[in-house]
Design a protein around this ligand. Structure first.
Ligand SMILES: [Zn+2]
Length: 425
């Protein structure tokens, strides 16, 4: 099991993805001992920082230096052997201490600002934490031989610090990537290594320049509330249709979440305690993540296969247009369309990694006008229900969401000043 988590940090030339990977180690208890020492250090440094809050004003590097001066007996220099003011005994390698100090600085900053806000609002001041329980961050110096399939960690075995090898499963280091300090998270039944991986992006040409390139192709995405999670259309720079893709699974998704929701409802009436629903809620969360990853992955692959470097979607978020109401009216919390924002979030970093850039277009009349003639369209009715087929006054007909995706792609081209050759057909 190896999966990407959602927190992504990127700038122009690189991005960082955190992978969660299963870790196997014989010496689980040493990992626990190390984690206890780590949290103990965090607590001690938290207390120092809480007493001397002026230290938090310093840069983190200077704060770290000051804290070490205050608590550690120097091994070299003019103050060699001198016992500092706030000395406390500690049995930890220097890099474990430094990771703990950084963590403590974060906690102290959060805590003092929460206190400050409470004071301002004359609310109850939160208590100072009695202890911490945070997973160990392994800085360089605390790990070695980090190769993708294994990592060697420095752990406390009850007597001293030694190196222990751990296995990692299903983790392939991306090409030319840089591994950053992992955090080891101990769960009841398994252990995960959260591994941040820094990768570099080759192509960072801005969209406006890309759009001027001769062989430019754009792909548009229209999210739907049907079995088709998304409809994608690729157009060339002149507006000619290249290819389309319908990404299904929406029905399956709605069924799977629906089943769990009914179960939750049943539990609510049957049991008075809410713990009965912890599992189904967790499962729903996992299903959501799974489909958002799957859909965003399929869209990304479709772009890669067709050498698309610009992706467009209609930005309905924060835009209250008539179009949005039209689009939005069937959304329930667990319907396929409600997965849209999360899918876009995953899609943004997945495509970015591949050198594909995303642009948003205004969602005006995307679903209500025919892409061929701009006439208002009507959805066909079958029985009492609207279907996914449409027809316009001029007799153009087809898939309602495909039409929307065509409009998005055309708007994207126009946004960057492309002339579109309209062919009536
Ligand atoms: Zn038409």
């Amino acid at each position: 099991m190896s999966e990407e988590v959602t927190e992504k940090i990127w700038n122009k030339s690189h991005y960082t993805t955190t992978y969660k990977v299963r870790l196997y180690i014989k010496q689980r208890e040493y990992l626990k001992l190390t984690n206890d020492i780590y949290n103990d250090l965090i607590k001690k440094y938290f207390d120092v920082l809480y007493e001397r809050q002026e230290l938090l004003e310093l840069s983190s590097f200077n704060c770290l230096t000051e804290l070490e001066k205050l608590t550690v007996i120097p091994k070299t220099g003019p103050r060699k052997g001198e016992v500092p003011e706030l000395y406390f005994e500690q049995n930890a390698p220097v890099y474990l201490r430094r990771a703990a100090i950084h963590q403590a600085m974060g906690f102290a900053k959060t805590h003092t600002s929460t206190e400050e806000r409470a004071r301002e609002k004359s609310k109850k001041i939160p208590e100072v934490p009695k202890k911490f329980n945070t997973p160990t961050l392994f800085y360089k110096g605390m790990y070695k031989e980090f190769e993708g399939s294994s990592i060697t960690l420095k752990l406390f075995d009850g007597e001293s610090w030694n190196w222990f090898k751990a296995k990692l499963t299903n983790f392939k280091i991306p090409k030319d990537a840089e591994l950053l300090s992992p955090t080891i998270v101990m769960h009841k039944e398994y252990i995960l290594a959260h591994i941040p991986v820094k990768e570099y992006i080759e192509d960072i040409t801005p969209i406006r320049y890309r759009m001027q390139e001769e062989d430019i192709k754009v792909c548009s995405v229209m999210f739907t509330n049907t079995d088709k999670f998304a409809v994608c259309v690729i157009l060339d720079g002149k507006g000619n249709f290249v290819k389309s893709k319908f990404i299904s699974g929406g029905k399956e998704y709605a069924e799977r979440t629906g089943y769990l929701l009914r179960k939750i409802k049943k539990n609510n009436t049957k049991y008075k305690n809410y713990t009965a629903n912890t599992r189904p809620w967790k499962k729903i969360y996992e299903i959501k993540k799974y489909y958002a990853h799957k859909v965003s992955r399929e869209i990304t692959n479709f772009c890669i296969e067709n050498k698309v470097r610009v992706l467009a979607y209609a930005d309905y978020k924060n835009q209250s247009t008539i179009d949005w109401e039209y689009y939005n009216r069937t959304i329930g919390e667990f319907s396929p369309l409600a997965l849209r924002e999360r899918t876009i979030e995953y899609l943004t970093y997945k495509t970015y990694k591949e050198g594909i850039l995303i642009t948003k277009v205004r969602p005006n009349y995307i679903l209500r006008k025919c892409y061929k003639c701009r006439e208002t369209i009507r959805r066909k009715i079958k029985g009492r229900k609207e279907t996914v087929k449409y027809k316009c006054k001029n007799g153009h007909e087809g898939d309602y969401y495909f039409n929307g995706a065509m409009n998005v792609a055309i708007m994207c081209l126009k946004k960057f000043g492309k002339e579109i050759e309209r062919k009536e057909n």
